[in-house]
Design a protein around this ligand. Structure first.
Ligand code: SAM
Length: 249
């Protein structure tokens, strides 16, 4: 039946593919994929022979419209990305938005997502967190982005490219302080899966000392800033109150 299925695929370990995802991809009329060649490997592994078309958020309007037309004709389309959950630092937003605007049913098929896997096993507070995706690539813009997060009290989660991870950890130590606790989660669900928790400056040095830690796919997580203590806040408001009272006639 007519629907756009947003289907998660594994982030490394093919055994993480959920049965419903296989079924939906097999039964769909069309699969929109970030990189059709990449997805072909997933398809052969699971005996899926549904036609694939390329889709990115910068795909031209005509391509997006062709996919939407198929949906409007009553066909079923599935959206996948190279790995993990579509729309999470991956294409799909425009298609989902447009499909919903046209009254088309959009159905998630949940599965692997790198930041959820990372956070679930890191040992940092996970009751509240903020997902920051990729930081800007240029040093200046990255430093400004981190500066704006310096007072964030929730655990912060970032995706980072391997060739930038050491510089990013240094920049994080500058912005958040050397002692702020952080975790690198690398190659999740794969043979060289690694978690390492340490204060930022130590973590940066550890990553720099071993080039293996600068390879593969990486999630960085940083503990939030210490909450300002309640009595600290109280004395601050008392001080402000006293100043204000002094000004009263
Ligand atoms: N949509 C994906 C998801 O659900 O997580 C994320 C896509 S994003 C383009 C790719 C980034 O996700 C990588 O650069 C890395 O930061 C993170 N990532 C993906 N797979 C990973 C893995 N197996 N281990 C660690 N990080 C991973």
């Amino acid at each position: 039946d007519q629907a756009l299925y947003v289907v998660a695929t594994p982030i490394g370990n093919l055994a993480d593919m959920v049965p419903r995802a296989v079924e939906v991809l097999q039964c769909a009329d069309l699969v929109a994929a970030e990189d059709t060649r990449h997805s072909q490997r997933l398809f052969s592994h699971f005996d899926i022979d549904t036609p694939l078309v390329a889709y990115h958020d910068h795909s031209d309007e005509e391509r997006t419209n062709r996919i939407l037309q198929r949906l409007e004709q009553g066909q079923t389309v599935a959206l996948i990305s190279d790995a993990g959950t579509p729309l999470i630092s991956d294409p799909g937003y425009r298609l989902v938005r447009e499909a919903r605007a046209r009254g088309i049913r959009v159905v998630p098929v949940p599965g692997a997502c790198a930041f959820v896997a990372a956070l679930s096993a890191a040992g940092l507070p996970s009751d509240r967190f903020t997902f920051e995706g990729f930081l800007p690539a240029k040093a200046g813009a990255r430093a400004r982005a981190l500066e704006q997060l310096a007072a964030e009290e929730r655990t912060m989660v970032f995706y980072e490219a391997p060739h930038r991870v050491a510089d990013t950890l240094d920049a994080m130590a500058d912005a958040f302080g050397s002692d702020r606790e952080a975790v690198i989660a690398r190659e999740l669900t794969k043979a060289f899966e690694t978690f390492h928790l340490a204060p930022l400056a130590e973590l940066a040095a550890w990553v720099r000392a071993d080039s293996n830690q600068q390879r593969g796919e990486i999630v960085l997580m940083v503990r939030g800033a210490e909450k300002r203590k309640a009595d600290e806040l109280d004395s601050e408001s008392e001080r402000v109150m006293a100043l204000l009272l002094d000004e009263l006639p």
